[in-house]
Ligand binder design. Structure first.
Ligand SMILES: Nc1ncnc2c1ncn2[C@@H]1O[C@H](COP(=O)(O)OP(=O)(O)OP(=O)(O)O)[C@@H](O)[C@H]1O
Ligand SMILES: [Mg+2]
Length: 332
């Protein structure tokens, strides 16, 4: 037991130079704080391990997340400024102003238009394409790990990111796990394609593709590898088309992402192409065509957002506190 079992109060310093403004999120392992940096003269976000969970495994995982994010520079991935090891491990992130996709889905009765869904999917594809190119998989794509920052999707939370390879069962967030994550096995880029697909499924319908999961499921630490608790290993997901009438290419793209067999899923670029074709053309969009010298026909710049879309999927609400049902990752 330590004096830091309760979250830090406003005014406390979580690390030298970082004063707590408030708690943003607390789950079984981590606390995320809104902090003030006098040096930068701006708000930042500080992610730390809960004091009552301070063990080598979680500390290593947090420090690894911070160092990995510091090396990543991409418009659809959150930026990390600093990774502090002592006295308490803390990762300092840029503050993303905007609601998580989970908060948007909770608060908005109106269903997200298809063009917004396609744009969201393209942003996720873009982030995953980059991350995969740097040798890492995200493995925890879900609405609470995506923030809508002024119409631009930003992916958060690389805490279980790792290179492709074999993984033990149940690592990730229970209701969102690809079958190969649930049963344990080889995780690849196709595992994140599942993650994009399930995130879009929920964004489109407000529901998950399998019964038996609540999208607000609390974290449960007692479920490692318990096969009977994974409907995704028992039966095929329902079609997104069963819950919402959508353009057929969109329905097909999402359903394909949720194929049981990873090799039957589209690649990230194939998925991006399918989603791109669903974006409306803007007047004069031909001016946005790219033509590389010897690459054949002109190519549209993927995901150039029609200007009206930026405001569309923003509702201005703040990221909320929330539980998590994520199982802990092994240290790679
Ligand atoms: N850079 C940021 N800007 C604004 N809010 C953030 C930022 N990073 C995290 N948050 C908020 O904190 C929440 C938790 O952050 P994160 O997902 O990194 O932590 P976690 O403990 O690994 O979460 P979980 O296990 O619930 O997925 C996010 O869902 C979001 O609401
Ligand atoms: Mg998260």
């Amino acid at each position: 037991m330590t004096s830091r079992e309760a979250p830090l109060p406003a005014g406390a310093f979580i690390a030298p130079g970082y004063e707590v403004v408030g708690l943003l999120n607390r789950n079984w392992a981590y606390e995320v704080y809104d902090v003030w940096s006098a040096e930068r003269d701006c708000r930042c976000v500080a992610k730390t391990v809960r004091a009552d969970r301070l063990d080598d495994h979680l500390v290593t995982r947090l420090l690894r997340e911070g160092r990995l994010l510091q090396r990543m520079t991409h418009p659809h991935l959150v930026r990390a400024y600093e990774t502090i090891k002592t006295p308490v491990p803390v990762v300092i992130l840029e503050t993303l102003n905007g609601p998580t996709l989970a908060a948007i889905l909770d608060d908005q009765p109106r269903r997200m238009p298809v063009s917004d869904l396609a744009l969201l999917g393209l942003h996720l594809c873009s982030a995953m394409h980059y991350l995969h190119g740097r040798g890492f998989l995200h493995l925890d794509l879900k609405p609470s790990n995506v923030i809508n920052s002024g119409g631009v999707a930003k992916v958060l939370d690389l805490s279980i990111a790792r290179p492709p390879g074999r993984q033990r069962p149940g690592i990730g967030t229970r209701g969102y796990l690809a079958p190969e994550q649930a049963r344990g096995g080889e995780v690849t880029a196709a595992t994140d394609v599942w993650g994009i697909g399930i995130t879009l499924f929920e964004a489109a319908t407000g529901a998950l593709p399998f019964d038996g999961y609540d999208t607000d499921d609390e974290h449960d630490e007692e479920y490692p590898g318990d096969a009977h608790r994974y409907p995704q290993l028992e039966h095929a997901p329902r079609s997104v088309g069963a819950l919402r009438r959508l353009p057929r290419p969109f329905t097909e793209a999402i359903n394909a992402c949720l194929a049981f067999d990873p090799s039957a899923r589209p690649s990230v670029p194939q998925l991006a192409d399918a989603l791109d074709s669903l974006l409306p053309l803007e007047p004069g969009e031909a001016a946005h065509q790219l033509r590389a010298p010897d690459s054949g026909p002109p190519r549209k710049i993927r995901g150039v957002p029609p200007s009206h879309l930026a405001a569309e999927w923003s509702d201005g609400s703040a990221p909320g506190e929330g539980g998590s049902d994520r199982e802990e990752a092994s240290v790679a």
